[in-house]
Ligand binder design. Sequence first.
Ligand SMILES: [Zn+2]
Length: 335
Amino acid sequence: MKKIIFFFISITLISCGAGKKSTENVNEKKVGFAAEINADDLKEHLYIFASDILEGRKTGEKGQKMAANYLTAYYKNLGLKAPKGHDDYLQIIPKEFFKEASKASSENVVAFIQGSELPDEILVISAHYDHLGKKGEEVYNGADDDGSGTTALMEIAQAFQVAVKKGFRPKRSILFLHLTGEEEGLFGSKYYTSHPIYPLNNTVANLNIDMVGRVDEKHKNNPNYIYLIGADKLSSELHKLSEETNKRYSQLKLDYTYNDEKDPNRFYYRSDHYNFAKNNIPVIFYFNGVHEDYHKPTDTPDKINYEILAKRAQLVFYTAWEIVNREKKLVVDKK
Ligand SMILES: [Zn+2]
C-alpha cells in the first residue's frame, strides 16, 4: 500500500479567492474546472487501479479492500468531506446482505460536497469499483469495467473541489458514490438505495458511469461518442439539459441505440443506476458499448483511449454542474 499512498503526495490543489459570478465568468471558469479532468491524470490512476496488485478487486476480498483504501486516501488528500456518520468515507455493507455472493462484508466509498443554497438536494454521481477478481493466477484487471468510471469519478470530484476552493461551491450537494458488489448483482446500489445516506426523495438525479474508456466496433472510425441510456425515461428536463450541455461544451455524438426499450441488451436494467430509477430518481447511464475484452483478463489499462475517457468524464462534469446549479429541481414528469 505504501507505493499507492505515496502517489497522492504529488496531487496538490491550488486555492485562491472567490471570483465574480457573472454568468459569463461562471461559464469561462467552468471550462477551466473541467480542464482539471485530463488524460494524464486518468492514466496515472487507472494504471494503479487496474494493476495486478489490486487482484481484480473482487467484492469482499483483499484487492477490493485495497481499492477502497486507495479511494479513501484520495478523497482525504483532496480535502473532500465524508458524509456525516461515515468519517472514514465508507458505507459498510454487512456480509449477510450479500447472501452467498461475498465471502465478507464490503464497502461503498462515499465522499461529499455540501451545496451552498440547497444543501438538502443531492446529486449522486456513481461508478462501481469492484470487478471479477482472479481465476487461478489470471487477474481480471477490469480497466474499462469499471476502472474507467472509477477514475472518471475521482477526476470529476477533483474538478468540483477545485471549483469550491475558488469560490464556486455548487448550489446543491453532490455525493460521489463508489459502489461495490456490482458484478455480483448490483449489491452496492441495492444497499445504498435501501439504506440511503441522504433521503431518496431529495435525491435529484443519479449519473452513473460504467465503462467509458473504450471505443466499440461501430465507432472505430469516430471515437468521439458515448451511449446514453435512461436520460429521457423519468424526466424530459434531464434529457433536454443533457443534450444542451453536450452541444455547448463537449460535442460528443450521443448514441441512443441502447436507450431503445426494444433493444435486446436491456442495458437500462443492468447497471447500478437502475436501483435509483426504480425509486423514481432520474438517471443517465454513460457507457462505451461492448468490446472483445469485456469480462476477460484482457480488459487492461493499455487498451484505454485516455483522451476520449477525459472528454466523456468532462461531459459528466458539465452535466452534473448544470443539475446542481440550476434554479429549479429537475421535474419528474414521466413514469
Ligand atoms: Zn461494470
